[in-house]
Design a protein around this ligand. Structure first.
Ligand code: LMR
Length: 335
């Protein structure tokens, strides 16, 4: 008797919570997918491909609405909106989760990953996969990692040696690691939402930024940054996230189909991200608005030495197990 009352209460609670978070058992289940970049970027393309495949395979059962360019929620409120059940899918960059877990800050450590392939290897290994679950206590569950690309430094002046950045103010994402990285260069850092970067650079509120080629090109940042240095000093990748109360309340058959679609989309996004960034790099060069500097190995090493102390600063917060696992993924081993 007691058992069945308990079971009924649990069932009622699950249904209330499911419907409060938008995954009612009746169709269609509505998924709002909000993000802050343009449709043409790797993330923008991924969101649209997800919508298309869901329409093809789950039409009438699941509806997807995509809101690019911070048109529904922006950096300041999107994660809270997900936790409140107001939006069901996001793909914030890994730098934007610091409030919920410090472990993901490993991705922001400068010069930790040699390239996107190394990042990919880390994300596929056990430690990387564990991090997808690091925020469940905060109502955030990671469904996949999506690549964008390696970041480049841009500024109002040429940046050849680390000392060239001293005294400049750089726009950063909300990450203590990124703040510390610019402190190492004797530069200052200002946290600004992505939607404000263009205006902040144009008005010289900040003089520099760090972005992958696709974000520079799609937001025309090169038109207000006369110098770009190809530093590849860090990665800008994403975690596709949902609210576990919404996600696990989706009927099993539909959720399995959605997870299969996410696997396909993830494969496509990650397969194409590098080429998309390289194409945008060429478009930026062809535009003639910015001078793109390619560093020699020795020059790049000087930037690496300047920023490298940040690793020790954050090792305890990130967890030395996570940092060690990440250090094993480069092809070329260093200290
Ligand atoms: C940024 O704020 O620079 C990026 O996280 C934007 C994005 O989503 O690529």
């Amino acid at each position: 008797m007691f058992k069945s009352i308990f079971a009924m209460a649990a069932c009622a609670l699950a249904l209330t919570s499911a419907s409060a978070y938008g995954a009612q058992t009746q169709s269609p289940i509505r998924i709002k997918f909000a993000h802050v970049v343009a449709d043409t970027t790797p993330k923008g393309q991924g969101a649209l491909l997800f919508k298309r495949l869901v329409e093809e395979r789950l039409g009438g059962q699941v509806e997807v609405e995509v809101y690019p360019n911070s048109s529904l929620y922006g950096d300041a409120n999107e994660l809270q909106a997900l936790r409140n059940g107001e939006v069901q899918l996001l793909a914030p960059s890994l730098a934007k989760f610091e409030k919920y877990t410090q472990q993901l800050q490993v991705f922001d450590l400068p010069f930790l990953f040699d390239d996107l392939s190394a990042v990919n290897r880390f994300q596929k290994r056990a430690k990387g996969r564990q991090l997808l679950r690091a925020m469940e206590d905060h109502d955030i569950v990671g469904l996949a990692y999506w690549h964008n690309g390696m970041k480049q430094l841009s500024a109002s002046k040429a940046l050849l040696v680390p000392g060239d950045a001293a005294g400049l103010s750089f726009r950063i994402q909300p990450s203590s690691v990124l703040q510390a990285q610019f402190q190492q260069l004797h530069a200052s850092a200002q946290v600004l939402p992505f939607a404000e970067v263009f205006d902040a650079l144009k008005s010289a509120k900040v003089q520099g930024a760090e972005n992958p080629w696709s974000n520079i090109y799609s937001k025309r940042l090169h038109s207000v940054q006369p110098y770009i240095t190809e530093t590849n000093h860090g990665v800008l990748d994403y975690m596709l996230v949902s609210n576990p109360r919404f996600w696990y309340a989706i009927p099993h058959r539909i959720r399995s189909e959605l997870e299969g679609i996410i696997d396909e989309v993830t494969y496509e996004v990650n397969r194409q991200a590098e080429a998309a960034n390289q194409a945008d790099r060429q478009r930026i060069e062809a535009s003639g608005s910015s001078q793109v500097t390619v560093l020699s190995e020795a020059q790049r090493d000087a930037w690496r030495q300047a920023m490298r102390p940040v690793w020790q600063q954050f090792e305890a917060q990130i967890g030395s197990d996570v940092l060690k696992a990440a250090q094993t993924v480069n092809r070329k081993q260093r200290d």
